[in-house]
Write a protein that binds this ligand. Structure first.
Ligand SMILES: Cc1ncc(COP(=O)(O)O)c(C=O)c1O
Length: 381
């Protein structure tokens, strides 16, 4: 079955037991279930542990990622915290690609301070550095995004999976930017795919949500245990909000990609742009690797402007690009990562990943491309 078909038949493929044959996911917005009154194949008792609406989304996410099981969480960062709870212990060692989401960076500081977790940051595109590290240190978890946000680097996920396995470490990929409609980290060798559903998967910016998909049943059981023990599971109404965007995800992604390629083409040649980084551009140094891992390129571009003034003027002058955090929605967005999404980074760590106050991140929405290009042209005058 192709991903488009799976996502178009969310309720059915999610295995919802519904006597009325509802064509969209019904919301079981309840805290408890009466044990004496159930006739379905699965018995529910309490929504924190299990809920039919959430179960359906988890089943579809697990199928979409080719995993054994999935736990849906309140937020994307909640799914990353669930991953850490499942895999890390006090004094654990974790190896993280240094170009990561600001919230992940902040969460790592929490684990460092509270649980003495040793955090190693490295450049995962430098495979010899990674190999050396993995030969000298034993890790519990290796974590990266691909593409990375905001640097837009592509990580060789097959190779990282092999190296992590040799080290005896679990390997997790944050798939928020690519999504399962484009890239399947578990097929490339990862043990976990974790993502924020707030972005492309919801697509409408109506709520925040996340998910953690495990490749093995064994890991999936541990994840579900912690999701319940720590109360991280997503509430049914939010599951419903997320579900509204799911059938159109592949279609939307293709539109985002087509527009982003045109915007990249325009900005690459603009005299006020120092450098544009977009994996969908033939000029991206890892364009071929990106093509081998992703079916569709996401609509997020990183633009290094001439200077801070040009960057700030661009952000302030666009009409259709709101200065907002997050990405992957119908409306286009623009931000300076150093000010918003990556404000939690120390100045030095941000510089080390090549992100400066003159760096701008664009999320290309679903508006007509002519309007977006005209808007950028006016803002760059
Ligand atoms: C790559 C990445 N992972 C995780 C998250 C966290 O997701 P959420 O905001 O849904 O908690 C974000 C949020 O921007 C992100 O960009």
């Amino acid at each position: 079955m192709h991903i488009e078909t799976l996502l178009a038949h969310l309720a059915e493929e999610g295995g919802v037991y519904d006597p009325y044959g509802a064509s969209h996911l019904p919301i079981y917005q309840t805290a408890t279930f009466d044990l004496k009154k159930q006739s379905g194949s699965k018995i529910y008792d309490y929504t924190r542990s299990d809920n039919p609406t959430r179960d359906a989304l988890e089943t579809v996410f697990a199928k979409a990622e080719n995993g054994a099981s999935c736990s849906c969480t309140h937020t994307g960062i909640g799914a990353i915290a669930l991953l850490f709870e499942t895999v890390l212990r006090a004094n654990s060692k974790i190896l993280v690609e240094k170009d990561c989401y600001g919230g992940t960076y902040r969460l790592l500081q929490v684990y460092k301070d509270k649980y003495n977790v040793e955090v190693f940051f490295a450049d995962f595109t430098d495979l010899s550095e990674i190999q050396n590290l993995l030969e000298t240190e034993k890790f519990d978890l290796v974590l990266c995004e691909s593409p990375t946000n905001p640097g837009m680097k592509i990580i060789d996920l097959r190779e990282l999976a092999r190296l992590a396995k040799n080290n005896g470490s679990k390997f997790a990929v944050d798939n928020s930017l690519a999504t399962f409609a484009s890239q399947k980290p578990l097929d490339l060798g990862a043990d976990f795919s974790v993502f924020s559903a707030t972005k492309y998967i919801s697509g409408h910016g109506s709520t925040v949500a996340g998910a953690l998909v495990s490749k093995s049943e064994e890991d999936g059981e541990k994840v579900a245990y912690f999701a319940n023990a720590e109360g991280r599971s997503q509430n049914p109404f939010d599951v419903f909000l997320i579900s509204l965007g799911i059938p159109t995800l592949p279609l939307r992604l293709k539109h985002h990609e087509q527009s982003a390629i045109q915007v990249a083409d325009y900005l690459e040649k603009h005299p006020k742009v120092n450098k544009l980084v977009y994996p969908g551009s033939k000029n991206h140094p890892q364009h071929e690797l990106a093509k081998s891992q992703m079916k569709i390129f996401p609509g997020v571009l990183t633009v290094h402007m001439q200077n801070v003034e040009t960057a700030e003027k661009l952000v302030a002058s666009t009409r259709w690009f709101g200065e907002k955090a997050s990405f992957g929605t119908a409306d286009s967005r623009i931000e300076i990562p150093a000010k918003i999404s990556h404000a939690s980074f120390s100045k030095e760590d941000l510089q080390a990943i090549g992100i400066f106050p003159s760096t701008v991140r664009l999320s290309i929405g679903l508006e007509h491309i002519d309007d977006l290009l005209e808007d950028l042209e006016n803002a760059l005058k």
